[in-house]
Design a protein around this ligand. Structure first.
Ligand SMILES: C[S@@+](CC[C@H](N)C(=O)[O-])C[C@H]1O[C@@H](n2cnc3c(N)ncnc32)[C@H](O)[C@@H]1O
Length: 235
């Protein structure tokens, strides 16, 4: 049974939440999240990265992690239209402007992911869905619904999640060394407990692999990834 993370229930303008989101940036930097995510994107997309891309990030938080990807990728992905979905309105105008400076056209979308997943009849489609530290907020039927949204609305998925290991759990108790506040410290431990191992994400893929190529692996010390591509979409 998942225990809810505190940050999800704090108002966006609560100073404790704002501090915790800054902590999250340090945690991502410590975990090497940008590089891990970039490699997952390349794995999920294959050759499709040569043409203009429509990308959606689920549970984007403040949108700063993908901004790092945009600034690093720059002209290697000539035209990216990025939708940044989160339940909370926390992507600010300065972040959107920074995307524009990096050559990406970004737009915040304030929505619950389960509503997004259920709205598959609206005709919207993305080349790639991205998620970082997000899928572990869901289990069972809710996780299958989120993944089902990707199956019906996207050509590829790159997800980087906490790895549920003893080592990661021990490390999650030490994030006060990164200056994290009480919310981040508690949520960090809950995230690892809710994380994934082995083929758990592939096994939750609705209908099994079928027309999808699923690639689930560990990277670094703390991260567990799923890259999924619709067969035929990347060549
Ligand atoms: C641990 S944070 C990760 C943020 C960002 N991906 C990162 O790596 O910095 C999880 C994010 O998911 C969002 N979230 C949680 N449940 C959600 C839901 N049902 N629909 C949309 N967003 C949700 C939270 O608001 C939060 O910003």
């Amino acid at each position: 049974m998942l225990e809810p993370e505190a940050l999800d229930h704090l108002a966006p303008d609560d100073p404790v939440a704002q501090r915790s989101r800054r902590d999250l940036r340090r945690v991502n930097a410590f975990m090497g999240a940008r590089g891990i995510l970039e490699r997952a994107l390349t794995r999920a997309l294959g050759d499709t990265a040569a043409r203009p891309l429509r990308v959606l990030e689920l549970g984007c938080g403040d949108g700063r992690l993908m901004l790092g990807v945009a600034q690093h990728r720059g002209t290697r992905w000539p035209s990216v239209q990025l939708d940044l979905l989160d339940r909370q309105p926390i992507v600010d105008a300065a972040t959107i402007a920074a995307y524009a400076a990096a050559g990406w056209q970004a737009r915040p979308m304030v929505a619950d992911v389960l509503d997004w997943a259920a709205a598959s009849g609206d005709g919207e489609h993305w080349d790639l869905v991205v998620a970082n530290l997000f899928l572990h907020h869901f289990e069972g039927e809710a996780l299958r619904r989120v993944l089902g949204g990707c199956v019906s609305r996207a050509s590829a998925l790159a997800a980087c999640e906490p790895r549920r290991s003893r080592f990661a759990l021990a490390a999650s108790h030490l994030i006060f060394f990164l200056g994290a506040n009480a919310v981040t410290r508690r949520d960090g431990v809950l995230s690892v407990r809710a994380g994934f191992v082995g083929a758990e994400l592939s096994e939750a893929w609705p209908g099994g692999p079928g027309a999808w190529r699923l690639d689930e692996y560990d990277e670094g010390l703390f991260t567990h990834c799923l890259c999924a591509s619709r067969v035929g979409a990347t060549s």
